[in-house]
Design a protein around this ligand. Structure first.
Ligand SMILES: Nc1ncnc2c1ncn2[C@@H]1O[C@H](COP(=O)(O)OP(=O)(O)OP(=O)(O)O)[C@@H](O)[C@H]1O
Length: 432
């Protein structure tokens, strides 16, 4: 029946074609379209998706990357991951590239990028705390999906990623669970003060999607007995007073639409502490015209990170003892002009917290909320060491670090190492 109908339609078109051919040599658009259709090879829906994706990828290079205005202007690229303190279990860290690739193949995962963290097949090995695992299980989430197998280790390691997976494949948890982990970790170490936050921001292209994501966060963060996490939904149409009440208490995670976020940033909230940004359905955000807003928002995330490498003739153990473990005793003596004193909680080693007091009159102090340093030492081939210091500057309000201030920060780190090295050279017994 259907075939007959179609046949009827096409013979009418053919007749029309003939008639038109007689009247005019130029074929009509309808005739042209019919001809084109006839000439076109049949393609399956899968082939159509592949063609669409190919076209999208070809046009990618026409677009500016979705980076902040400042990053684009200064050509800033990131070479180091964010520091999260998360590590997969040893057996997974030791997995060979071949073994990782075999898992990816088995799960139909395609990756692109440098040093992609290993895939992890189950939530337990991702080291989520017991209450989180329990909550997942209660919701019937026991076996991770492919995007979770690869995406969760990537984000937990502090790396940036673009995740592409089918609808309903569990993408939301890939950005929600690591954010909950970070918020919990921060809250345990240094609770968010009233008016502070958020640590993470999720931008969604619609109110509905934002609301759904917020509910997932609420649901999963409620599984924690302690500490309490405060997510906030920033969308139009929600009572602004109740939103501001949460901001006043200090907020951990914000889920927003671009408009809702803009309104909130104009009022009481800032992104000074925000380290994690998720653009849910980023392609739709761009299609809906939020590209510039998104760049501007990233610009407000007032964090500057840079890494310095330094080679030293001293082995890692000795230089780390002097420059890190005993830094509170040594550094203020060597560099009183740069560092007034260092207070230490703990024995100075791993897990200790050191508060550095800068001298009055250091122009930057008022504009910085904090600076964190992550230092790693590696043995070098000549018996010395290579140190890698990642400094993260958290600025206050809309203050932006200048190029020369970043340079001065790098020089300070280098000067500190050189001063320690000079001391070790003069005192061969010290820290040996
Ligand atoms: N590993 C899992 N096992 C079982 N169910 C899961 C798993 N991960 C997520 N889910 C559930 O699957 C549903 C869809 O997940 P989710 O909304 O994250 O998909 P999505 O990929 O974000 O989809 P969309 O592209 O439509 O937003 C949710 O109800 C979620 O709780």
């Amino acid at each position: 029946m259907e075939a007959q109908k179609r046949k009827g339609k096409s013979s009418v078109l053919e007749e029309e074609e003939e008639k038109l051919n007689l009247v005019d040599a130029k074929p009509s658009l309808l005739v042209k379209a019919t001809q084109l259709k006839k000439e076109q090879p049949e393609i399956s829906p899968t082939e159509q998706v592949v063609l669409q994706e190919k076209e999208m990828i070809e046009h990618l290079s026409d677009r500016k990357t979705l980076m902040s205005v400042r990053e684009l202007a200064k050509g800033i690229t990131y070479t180091e991951p964010l520091l999260t303190g998360w590590k997969p279990p040893l057996a997974i860290r030791r997995m060979s590239k071949k073994a990782c690739d075999a898992i990816r193949k088995q799960w139909h995962i395609i990756v692109d990028g440098e040093d992609v963290p290993p895939p992890i097949k189950n939530f337990k090995d991702m080291r989520f705390p017991e209450p989180v695992l329990k909550k997942l299980k209660a919701k019937g989430i026991v076996q991770s999906t492919p995007i979770q197998v690869q995406g969760l280790p990537v984000i937990l390691s502090g790396r940036g990623m673009i995740g592409i997976a089918f609808t309903g494949s569990g993408k939301t948890l890939v950005f929600v669970l690591p954010l909950i982990m970070v918020a919990l970790q921060e809250e345990i170490m240094m609770p968010i003060a009233p008016g502070e936050g958020p640590l993470g921001l999720i931008v969604c292209p619609s109110r509905e999607l934002a609301r759904q994501t917020y509910e997932v966060i609420e649901n999963h963060s409620r599984s924690m007995v302690t500490p309490e996490l405060r997510p906030l939904l920033c969308i139009g149409g929600v009572d602004m007073k109740s939103q501001l009440d949460v901001v006043k208490k200090g907020v951990h995670i914000v889920v927003a639409t671009p408009g809702g976020l803009k309104d909130m940033l104009a009022k009481k909230m800032n992104l000074d502490n925000c380290r994690y940004l998720t653009l849910d359905e980023a392609d739709r955000l761009v299609d809906l015209g939020f590209e510039d807003d998104t760049r501007e928002n990233q610009n407000i995330m007032a964090i500057t990170t840079f890494t310095e490498k330094n080679t030293s003739p001293f082995p890692p153990k000795r230089i780390s003892k002097a420059s890190i473990v005993d830094s509170h005793n040594l550094i203020p003596k060597f560099m009183p002009q740069a560092i007034k004193s260092i207070e230490v909680q703990g024995d100075g080693g791993a897990g200790s917290i050191k508060t550095i007091n800068f001298p009055d009159g250091d122009g930057l102090v008022d504009n910085l909320e904090k600076i964190t340093y992550d230092v790693k030492f590696e043995q070098s081939a000549d018996g010395g060491s290579i140190s890698k210091v990642t400094s993260t500057y958290y600025t206050v309000g809309d203050f932006k670090l200048k190029e020369e201030e970043i340079k001065a920060g790098k020089e300070k780190v280098l000067a500190m190492f050189k001063a320690v090295e000079a001391y070790l050279l003069q005192n061969p017994e010290a820290y040996a």
